[in-house]
Design a protein around this ligand. Structure first.
Ligand code: FES
Length: 175
């Protein structure tokens, strides 16, 4: 094998400890199905770096023996993977049709207005990123949102959104 054909894993921009974590995930699958570890590897990168860079996708692709574009497709399909550095609090508001019919867009616009950002933007203090999201599976509870990919919140009226921002700000100040 020529030097040019050496797998890019050798020149990895990711730490060895991260690659070791990849290996543990890959070991959970049959050798011919290691691509099944792609979501776990993306989650590891996001946990460690805060987002998934194209360079990290390339490393994952090399590890799993899959095209980089296939990794990119996974990263961009799921809202939980960040493709850039976001604020401390990632606020995803569902704007799919059922939520649109019950103030989902109003909730998104209220948050953007309150925080002084465009949709997808991050506040200057780095605390909040406001984004729209696809269906969160709780359409009857609209407006629905997800905080940091973990905490689902329902019936988010303007008043509840204001309260949420205040609570998160207070928590950040205490930390
Ligand atoms: S459309 Fe918003 S939760 Fe389903």
């Amino acid at each position: 094998m020529s030097a040019a054909a050496t797998p890019s894993v050798k020149a990895s921009p990711l730490p060895a400890a991260t690659l070791a974590r990849f290996a543990k995930e890959v070991a959970k699958y049959p050798a011919d199905q290691k691509q099944s570890a792609v979501m776990a590897c993306l989650a590891i990168v996001q946990q460690e770096e805060g987002f998934v860079s194209r360079a990290a996708e390339d490393v994952i692709a090399a590890h799993l023996g899959m095209p980089a574009i296939a990794v990119y497709e996974v990263t961009t399909f799921y809202n939980m993977y960040n493709q850039r550095k976001l604020g401390q609090f990632k606020l995803n508001v569902c704007t799919n049709l059922p939520c649109q019919l019950r103030d989902g867009q109003t909730a998104l616009e209220h948050l953007c207005h309150k925080l002084g950002v465009e949709e997808g933007g991050t506040t200057a203090d780095g605390l909040f990123t406001v984004q729209k999201s696809e269906c969160l599976g709780a359409c009857a509870d609209s407006p629905v949102m997800l905080v940091n990919d973990r905490q689902m919140l329902s019936f988010m009226s303007p008043e509840r959104l204001d309260e949420l921002v205040d609570v998160l700000r207070a928590n950040a100040a205490k930390a």
